[in-house]
Design a protein around this ligand. Structure first.
Ligand SMILES: [Zn+2]
Length: 253
């Protein structure tokens, strides 16, 4: 560890140079954070749209199947109605040749039953037709939503592709600069830097003192501490938030 640290960061690197390197590192990492933040939302938005579209497609398919089922049912009711009519015709003929009143009445009862069958079938056909109309309206509403979402998806996908391709180059450049910036900083300090970054909400591990306050948590930094920071003799962290205080920002005159 010690040998490696010594090789990476020679002991004679002044604290001021290390602090400067840390500030550069922070600046680069903040840029990377921003790139990832922007890109971070888009893939999720694309996924959400894809899920929504898949949901609409399932809905349309379900309605189509239900309509198919209703059409089959209508077909079967039409056939039942036809069958009843044929029976009525047959009974009518039989009624012409009855031998007595009892037979006549029996056939009349059968005819009445078949007429009832036809009425029921007609009613069911009408009901099914109404349901088909309702479902068709649902389908057309869903399809127009589907079309809108597909357009949204195309736009978002395009946006994402552009950002990814734009950022690829930028990200590579930043990573190269980052590699360079870490050179004067020993491993122990880099580890601390990474740990602080992970602990704070805004990803800022290295900040300046601004208007007598820590640039990370805005708590006051006493004058003596500010003097120590300006002297660049050692790494000083904020006693409230633990961020590295790299320098004191010059006051605007
Ligand atoms: Zn602080």
């Amino acid at each position: 560890m010690t040998a490696k640290s010594a090789a990476v960061a020679p002991a004679d690197v002044p604290v001021a140079a290390k602090l400067e390197a840390l500030l550069t590192l922070q600046h680069l990492d903040s840029q990377l954070d921003e790139i990832r933040r922007v890109r971070g939302d888009l893939p999720e938005e694309v996924r959400d749209l894809e899920d929504e579209i898949a949901g609409y497609e399932v809905r349309v398919k379900k309605f189509d199947e239900e309509i198919q089922g209703l059409n089959d049912f209508i077909k079967s009711r039409k056939q039942a109605s036809k069958d009843a009519e044929s029976l009525i015709k047959k009974y009518d003929e039989q009624q012409q040749n009855v031998r007595n009143n009892r037979e006549f009445e029996a056939i009349a009862k059968e005819i009445e039953l078949q007429r009832l069958e036809i009425q029921i079938a007609d009613k069911k056909i009408k009901e099914s037709q109404y349901q088909i109309d309702v479902k068709n309206a649902e389908i057309s509403g869903t399809k127009s939503k589907l079309e809108e979402r597909r357009k949204d998806l195309d736009n978002k996908k395009g946006e994402l592709e552009t950002i990814v391709s734009e950022n690829e180059e930028e990200e590579r450049a930043i990573m190269a600069q980052r590699e360079e910036a870490t050179k004067p900083v020993e491993d122990r300090l880099l580890t601390a830097y990474t740990r602080i970054r992970g602990n704070v909400r805004n990803g800022l591990a290295v900040v300046l003192v601004r208007r007598d306050a820590c640039g990370g948590c805005f708590n006051t930094v006493p004058p003596q501490r500010q003097a120590d920071i300006i002297s660049h003799k050692k790494i000083i962290v904020c006693e409230h938030c633990g961020r590295i205080l790299a320098d004191v920002e010059a006051r605007a005159v």
